[in-house]
Design a protein around this ligand. Structure first.
Ligand SMILES: *Cc1c(COP(=O)(O)O)cnc(C)c1O
Length: 419
């Protein structure tokens, strides 16, 4: 069930202060999630959540998470710079490499970040770009299918990430000869899963493998990184996974394999952490009736691409009409010249009038972050509803000047005040 923690009046007030469309984030909700996760893993003294920056790359949010004791998982040079600007240092930062330019290793090493190597060939790149540190993390891909009970959670054998068993062994041998003394293991085998057995199953795989590799190589196994993947209930009939229960199940697996402790646990949750605490606030500006009934809103896929890209479900409510019957069927669309620019297909909703404020739920992760500029549509603003009940603009909406800023300087544009 999507998150209804904030009342409609909060969104209506925000829309009086800022032009739609914008994403609004709830600071309290994000802090509570961080605290819940830290409590769920408090049995592991060195536990750390490294928030996946790509889910919501806004410094205001990253600073909140820092205050809650989180680190970051970065996937690019620019995200490393964001981490640096927000004051994250050393092993608070993980760089998850994936076919990236080798120069980005240099930057990560300068920050003292943990390097998560995606491939055995990354060792050469790291040696010449910043050098091999004493501790590295290796990304594992078990291949085949990853299943829990009867559910196939994913097909790692078809994924581009990570190393095979044999490569892990070869990599550790090389790294050991180059002065590495400790290693972590990372794997990301499922995305957006609400199955509470995912983390414990993954933990068991990584902890057992780490133990074996430690015995084989003599290197110290320092942590298992369970990465992201815990899902959120986008649909009304779905239930949220219980993170206390997940933490407890991981503890049981851990104590079986490492009864004396000593090995760390890290997570890199993105979606679970911030997803339910963001809403895309948009206004109905068109109604059209042809073979279906369409409501056109002032947001489009450039503000939230998940529905257009994956057909993803995002719950929609109409401000002030939460309790009215959903007795109209609409396609809710944006304005891009792409027929998949829709937020909902044949969705039962209360009757919508032009000017109504619509809330598209669960946009706090992979929402604004996946924005782009197709059709000359500009990225919208981000507003933080703070724990003091204030409305803080944490990213302004783009303007034409931003659009022109990356182009060759042009006298005609300058004349219009655009460059
Ligand atoms: C995307 C990603 C995450 C976060 O995934 P969520 O599904 O948002 O939790 C974590 N780690 C890595 C390496 C990622 O690429």
């Amino acid at each position: 069930m999507p998150n209804f923690a904030l009342s409609d009046s909060i969104f209506q007030e925000a829309a009086r202060r800022f032009p739609t469309p914008f994403h609004l984030y709830d600071e309290n909700g994000i802090r509570e999630n961080a605290r819940k996760l830290n409590a769920a893993f408090s049995w592991c003294p060195s536990f750390r959540e490294h928030f996946a920056v790509k889910a919501l790359p806004n410094p205001a949010i990253l600073r909140i998470l820092k205050e809650e004791g989180c680190g970051l998982d970065c996937s690019s040079a620019t995200e490393l710079t964001l981490a640096r600007v927000c004051g994250f240092r050393g092993e608070e930062i993980i760089l998850s490499a994936n076919a990236m330019p080798p120069e980005e290793f240099t930057q990560a090493r300068a920050l003292g970040a943990i390097i998560n190597l995606d491939d055995i060939t990354d060792i050469d790149a790291l040696r010449t770009h910043g050098g091999i540190p004493e501790e590295v993390c290796l990304r594992y891909n078990p291949g085949g299918r990853f299943s829990i009970g009867n559910t196939i959670m994913g097909k790692p054998g078809e994924a581009k990430y990570g190393m095979t068993d044999a490569q892990l062994r070869a990599a550790l041998k090389t790294l050991s000869a180059e002065g590495v003394t400790a290693f972590g293991l990372h794997a990301f085998l499922s995305s957006n899963t609400t199955d509470e057995s995912y983390y414990p199953t993954l933990a068991e795989t990584l902890l057992r493998l780490g133990k074996t590799l430690e015995e084989e190589t003599g290197l110290r196994f320092s942590f298992a990184d369970l990465s992201g993947g815990i899902g959120i209930p986008y649909r009304p009939e779905e239930a949220a996974p219980d993170v206390m229960k997940i933490g407890e199940s991981v503890r049981r697996v851990y104590e079986k394999i490492f009864p004396q402790g000593g090995v760390g646990i890290r997570t890199e949750l993105g979606r679970w952490m911030t997803g339910p605490h963001g809403w895309l606030v948009t206004r109905a500006i068109h109604e059209k009736k042809i073979y279906r009934d369409y409501i056109g809103v002032d947001a489009s896929a450039v503000n939230l691409i998940r529905p257009a890209m994956y057909g993803a479900y995002h719950h929609i409510t109409v401000c002030g009409k939460r309790d009215l019957p959903a007795d109209h069927i609409y396609d809710v669309t944006g304005c891009l010249c792409e027929n998949n620019d829709k937020f909902a297909w044949e969705r039962p909703l209360p009757e919508i009038r032009i000017g109504d404020l619509l809330l598209i739920h669960d946009t706090g992760a992979h929402g604004s972050a996946m924005g782009y500029n197709y059709n000359g549509r500009l990225r919208g603003a981000e507003v933080l509803y703070t724990r003091d009940g204030e409305y803080r603009l944490i990213r302004r909406a783009e303007t034409d000047r931003d659009y022109f800023a990356t182009l060759d300087s042009d006298p005609a544009a300058a004349e219009l005040g655009l460059a």
